[in-house]
Design a protein around this ligand. Structure first.
Ligand SMILES: [Zn+2]
Length: 137
């Protein structure tokens, strides 16, 4: 198999194209705009038949915000390490700021999770990359 699961994870964690590894997932200079397609390999990041594909990245972002930001604040406040005002400030700031900072990673990680489960769907592994393959192994 040309693209291994380890490569898919490494590319996902570094916001690269899961198919070829190029830094083409996001538009240059734009923080939140994903490219429709990878220029070097032609892999389509946008899914024509699956418009809600990236909705999962929102759930991922929400979950990581809860576990990575709000839960630690809650534990610090509950154990009287920080006061009420600081806890509220950190929680509100974290609830707004953390998802913004994690947005690009959540998109990339969602794509990584999909191809980690279905590496045979990548064009480099013989798939179409459009998500219309059978999920049978
Ligand atoms: Zn590519």
């Amino acid at each position: 198999m040309p693209v291994t699961r380890l490569q898919i994870v490494a590319r996902g964690l570094t916001h690269r194209c899961p198919n070829c590894g190029a830094r083409t997932l996001f538009k240059p200079g734009a923080l939140f705009r994903i490219n429709a397609q990878c220029q070097p390999c032609g892999f389509r990041f946008e899914r024509d038949k699956d418009e809600g594909f990236y909705l999962g990245s929102l759930s991922l972002n929400y979950g990581v915000t809860l576990v990575g930001c709000l839960l630690p604040v809650l534990l610090l406040w509950f154990n009287h390490v920080i006061g009420d005002k600081l806890a509220i400030g950190l929680a509100v700031g974290g609830a707004v700021g953390f998802p913004v900072l994690f947005y690009r990673s959540s998109r990339s990680w969602w794509l990584m999770n999909y191809y980690l489960l279905f590496p045979q769907h990548l064009p480099a592994n013989g798939g179409t990359g459009r998500g219309d393959e059978s999920t049978n192994r």
